[in-house]
Write a protein that binds this ligand. Structure first.
Ligand SMILES: C[S@@+](CC[C@H](N)C(=O)[O-])C[C@H]1O[C@@H](n2cnc3c(N)ncnc32)[C@H](O)[C@@H]1O
Length: 256
């Protein structure tokens, strides 16, 4: 990211490691069929997702500083998380003077039940929407009319014509096409990313994707006729992402 000149991007969507793999050494594999759970499910247990807290703090500060430098003040950025990491992301944003526009609760009504029976069933993730202009320079693009008028039939909390709220009811199901080239343990559904682009994407421009994984953000950007630049450290995920993007090129644009 450091090789790009300042203000190279119109938007960023960061789905970083949540740093939740510490404290266990078990993993579901895909041969375990979980009836009614709507697809494969893995507990993440990867080295990229298991950092000492202070390392995670410096790591987060490093990539957020680059987002601050690289995203134009007219643009904005979205960051995914859960309680494991989102507090640190929030702290780092405040340290860097990055204003939070909204905190969104992504409600996953079909989330996986709690297996231990010792906690409530975790059924949401938190998303922070921020901008790089600072509180005295709010120039970021907000497609207000689209956010109001757009109909999301699967979202039981959104009424077309009414302002969009900060709770998004988006099932975590992925269509067959989204999973056909392999599995990423924390793959996001395309509909979630589409919602972000409806709200904040310009008609043309370039999206920065610091953590590509299986390529969901890049695929959806492409469906919205946006360019993208993505980064990923695992070759096997790059392979999946490339196949998904090639599939789009070969099939034409699919509906979300
Ligand atoms: C939460 S996942 C992203 C999943 C993606 N949103 C999707 O739908 O497939 C985070 C990804 O970041 C990658 N990663 C971890 N550390 C990284 C780094 N320093 N630079 C680039 N990618 C990194 C991991 O390999 C992992 O695939």
């Amino acid at each position: 990211m450091s090789r790009f000149p300042a203000s190279s991007f119109d938007l960023a969507i960061a789905d970083p490691p949540y740093n939740l793999s510490s404290g266990g050494n078990w993993k579901w594999d895909n041969s375990v069929k979980l009836k009614g759970m709507g697809g494969n499910w893995n507990k993440v247990m990867e080295s990229w997702d298991n950092m000492p807290l202070t390392d995670y703090l410096s790591f987060t500060l490093a990539w957020l500083s680059e987002i601050k430098r690289l995203v134009k003040p007219e643009g904005s950025f979205w960051i995914h998380g859960t309680y494991h990491n989102i507090g640190i992301v929030n702290l780092c944003m405040q340290m860097l003077g990055l204003e939070i526009i909204n905190e969104i609760v992504w409600f996953k009504r079909n989330s996986f039940p709690n297996l231990s029976g010792r906690r409530l069933t975790a059924s949401h993730e938190t998303i922070l929407w921020g901008h790089t202009g600072g509180s005295k320079n709010r120039k970021y693009l907000f497609n207000y009319e689209a956010s109001k008028s757009k109909n999301y039939p699967e979202d039981l909390l959104k009424t077309p014509g009414k302002q969009m709220r900060t709770i998004w009811d988006i099932p975590n199901n992925k269509r067959k096409e989204e999973l056909q080239f392999g599995n990423h343990p924390t793959q996001k559904p395309e509909r979630l990313i589409a919602r972000m682009l409806d709200i904040s994407a310009p008609k043309s421009g370039t999206v920065l994707v610091p953590f590509v994984g299986s390529g969901t953000e890049c695929v959806v950007a492409k469906k919205y006729h946006l360019d993208y630049v993505g980064f990923e450290i695992e070759q096997s995920y790059i392979d999946i992402a490339k196949k998904r993007i090639d599939f789009l090129d070969n099939q034409g644009y699919l509906f979300l």
